[in-house]
Design a protein around this ligand. Structure first.
Ligand code: PEP
Length: 254
């Protein structure tokens, strides 16, 4: 399959894996995926494992992501981690506005936008997550929700920064549920997202932005999802925690 945009597959480990478990998994991934050049690969371990995983993937084709960061650069923000701290471990990507953070930490679009601005200022690539709830989809509000989240979460970014941003479309009803969006649902949401990106940053930029799909991606559905014209990769939760299932997703996406 050929596409102008290079696919990007990311594993979001969430609040899982001790340092030892993280090292076991990443050692296996390095071995199994050593020859993968066709797509960008990254893992986002918990903060506590970043240091060791960072050392373990030196000289490999696996890049490092964080699952969140502060919108501030330093100071009295107990419990927070800022961009420069992530950069100490060669983190390249940071997941922002995941639906779990929107839901449980009440993160709103304006906060996510400030985090995305801080990420770009530090040359980290944000993976900005958006997605509708089941009630919103059933009420016919999917596009309205996606547009509000996207415009709000990318506010203040320049077209150049938008080009370096990855958008993850993750329908909340598909996250961790085993229910994957149908390929036509995913494609039409991604095409809509690209249309909004064009209105924010111009057609040429919108064509270059990578839009990942997330929500119960598995080896069995990866190929079909990745073959959609506007699907440029996957953000994987549950299936990223096991060597075999993540490896299968990557291999089936090539
Ligand atoms: C996620 O949390 O971003 C996710 C896509 O999870 P899962 O793959 O488990 O649905």
């Amino acid at each position: 399959m050929t596409k102008d945009r290079k696919l990007i597959i990311a594993g979001n480990w969430k609040m899982n894996k001790t340092v030892g478990e993280a090292l076991d998994l990443v050692t296996g991934l390095k071995r199994e995926l050593a020859n993968v050049k066709e797509l960008d690969l990254l893992v986002a371990p918990p903060f506590t494992a970043l240091s060791e995983v960072s050392k373990a993937i030196l000289d490999s084709n696996i890049r490092l992501g964080a699952q969140n960061m502060s919108e501030h650069n330093f100071g009295a923000h107990t419990g927070e981690i800022c961009a420069s701290m992530l950069k100490e471990f060669s983190v390249r990507y940071v997941i922002l506005g995941h639906s779990e953070r929107r839901q449980y930490q009440k993160e709103a679009n304006d906060l996510i936008a400030r985090k995305a601005q801080a990420a770009h200022a530090a040359s980290l690539k944000p993976i900005v997550c958006i997605g509708e709830l089941l009630e919103e989809r059933n009420a016919g509000h999917t596009e309205r929700v996606l547009e509000t989240q996207l415009r709000g979460s990318l506010a203040g970014l320049t077209p150049e920064q938008i080009e370096e941003t990855i958008v993850a479309y993750e329908p909340v009803w598909a996250i961790g549920t085993g229910v994957t969006a149908k390929t036509d649902q995913a494609q039409s949401a991604h095409a809509f997202v690209r249309q909004i990106l064009a209105s924010l940053a111009g057609e040429a930029v919108a064509k270059r932005v990578r839009i990942q799909y997330g929500g119960s991606v598995k080896g069995g559905n990866a190929r079909e999802l990745m073959s959609q014209p506007d699907v440029d990769g996957a953000l994987v939760g549950g299936a990223a925690l096991e060597l075999r299932s993540f490896t299968e997703i990557v291999k089936n996406s090539i």
